[in-house]
Design a protein around this ligand. Structure first.
Ligand SMILES: O=C([O-])CC(=O)C(=O)O
Ligand SMILES: [Mg+2]
Length: 496
């Protein structure tokens, strides 16, 4: 840590950490686990975003497996080249929508690598059981295509049938090579592929999409916890989203599902409490014809509203959620409007990395006169306002996916179901302690994350058993204890 702390530039710490991961994996994980709050912003958002942008020029060794269009017909062989055999989790991207940074092509590899290091550090999966994969179908990023250090195929993205066939071959090669119980996490695919891949493979494979489902689960957990601060039930809230992509519609759907379960009303009914704004304004019934299919359920009757500010004023939401990938969109006027009709407005600026955050923590607290309950996708430091310290929470799927994955694996689950995401949310919300609430936090600190992950894993596993989707039998009695006993610990072995 002393050596790492000599670097003042976060990217340099990132590079030193990647070197350490290569040279002494156990020590890498020991540092990451013991200093999680300090190192998470390095190996994960926001620094990992910068690393992906510059990946070609900081490249040392391939840390994961690249599968390109050129390997079509040979994907199984390529998988067999990976030195580890007992893979339990794959995080795969095609690099088309890396965080809120757009198409970074093959340079998106930083994301599967970073996510999997959290699977180990936060969720306790063995490093050797984790496989980062980047599918290279080209990139439409003009700067990268011209960049002499670009590491991927120099062509525009393959689409349509060519794309679908490569992914189909990949999905079945994975199942053939690693079996039914390998978990495949889809990460940072563009909207048009993300929804389709998830729908296509969720009935044949153990898959989930972190941006759609992981984000949904973490936000729902934060909202359940936030109700302890604002009072009332989830169904008493009114939600407005800026951004109707994977995160926005994924969160909206999980909230609607939870409200529908709590109030025993239909999901069509509970969806009516949720409004979404996209780049064309408020999503309303008169736009239905031209909307992408994943936006259609949110097209309610309303007059057109062009801007977020107009929509906020008209809808008067109690919860405002930013998931558009576009920074600085929660302006002073927007936050002031939220604060004008809410005693405690809930404001979540989820877009990553920090540069894409809809507003900063300081802005949220200042513009709401310290009344906002604020959390963001990338971390912000505590803020002093009028002599009081406000600690913003980090509403990031990193709270959920390591524990969710651990729960799926220890139960031998063969499918992911929405009820498991709800179970994960409830477990996370239950981990927020009184002392966290007192600081305005709606998430527990990351310093306890391994304990939190064990609780999430236990709740998810319990749900898998309940649904008859768990194949590890008999069911362990105490699932929290069992989850903890399965977790990897980076300790040196004693020499004999
Ligand atoms: O990586 C993160 O910090 C969260 C995430 O999945 C994304 O922004 O795409
Ligand atoms: Mg992501």
């Amino acid at each position: 840590m002393n050596m790492l702390r000599q670097y003042k530039v976060p990217l340099h710490i990132y590079m030193a950490m990647m070197d350490l991961q290569e040279r002494n994996e156990r020590l890498f994980y020991k540092l990451l686990i013991d200093n999680v709050e300090e190192l998470l912003p390095i190996v994960y958002t926001p620094t990992v975003g910068e690393a992906c942008q510059k990946y070609g020029s900081i490249f040392r060794r391939p840390q994961g497996l690249y599968i390109s269009l050129k390997e079509k017909g040979k994907i199984l062989e390529v998988l067999k080249n990976w030195p580890e055999r007992n893979i339990q989790v794959i995080v795969v991207t095609d690099g088309e929508r890396i965080l809120g940074l757009g198409d970074l092509g093959c340079q998106g590899m930083g994301i599967p690598v970073g996510k999997l290091s959290l699977y180990t550090a936060l969720g306790g999966l063995r490093p050797s059981a984790c496989l980062p994969i980047t599918i290279d179908v080209g990139t439409n990023n003009k700067d990268l295509l011209k960049d002499e250090f670009y590491i991927g195929l120099r062509q525009n993205r393959a689409t349509g049938q060519e794309y679908a066939e490569l992914l189909e071959e990949f999905m079945f090669a994975v199942k053939q090579n690693y079996g039914e119980k390998v978990l495949i996490q889809f990460e940072d695919f563009a909207n048009h592929n993300a929804f389709e891949l998830l729908a296509k493979y969720s009935n044949t494979h153990l898959v989930f999409n972190d941006d759609i489902q992981g984000t949904a689960s973490v936000v729902l957990a934060g909202l359940i916890a936030a109700l302890k601060l604002v009072g009332g039930k989830l169904s008493d809230q009114k939600f407005l989203f800026l951004g109707a992509g994977e995160a926005g519609t994924g969160i909206a759907e999980l909230i609607a599902l939870e409200m529908s379960k709590q109030t025993k009303t239909s999901i069509e009914e509970t969806r009516k409490k949720i409004w979404l704004v996209d780049s064309k304004g408020l999503i309303i019934a008169s736009r239905k014809e031209t909307l992408q299919h994943f936006k259609k359920p949110w097209a309610h009757e309303h007059e057109p509203m062009r801007t977020l500010l107009d929509a906020v004023k008209a809808i008067k939401p109690t919860v405002l959620i930013g998931s558009s990938g576009v920074g600085k969109t929660f302006t002073k006027q927007v936050v002031e409007a939220m604060a004008s009709f809410n005693k405690k407005p809930i404001i979540l600026a989820l877009s990553n990395p920090t540069s894409q955050s809809e507003c900063t923590a300081e802005e949220a607290y200042t513009w709401s006169e310290g009344r906002a309950i604020f959390a963001s996708g990338s971390p912000f430091n505590p803020v002093e306002y009028n002599g009081k310290t406000y600690v913003p929470g980090q509403a990031n799927n990193a709270y959920i996916f390591p524990g969710l994955g651990l729960g799926l694996i220890i139960s031998g689950a063969i499918r992911v179901k929405d009820d498991m995401l709800l179970a994960a949310s409830e477990a996370l919300a239950a981990q927020v302690a009184t002392e966290n609430f007192e600081k305005g936090l709606i998430y527990p600190p990351f310093s306890n994350i391994r304990k939190i992950s064990a609780h999430i894993a236990a709740n998810v596993a319990a749900k898998a058993y309940e649904l008859g989707l768990a194949s590890r039998l008999p069911r362990p009695k105490d699932l929290v204890e069992y989850a903890e006993s399965c977790m990897y610990n980076p300790v040196y072995r004693t020499y004999r």
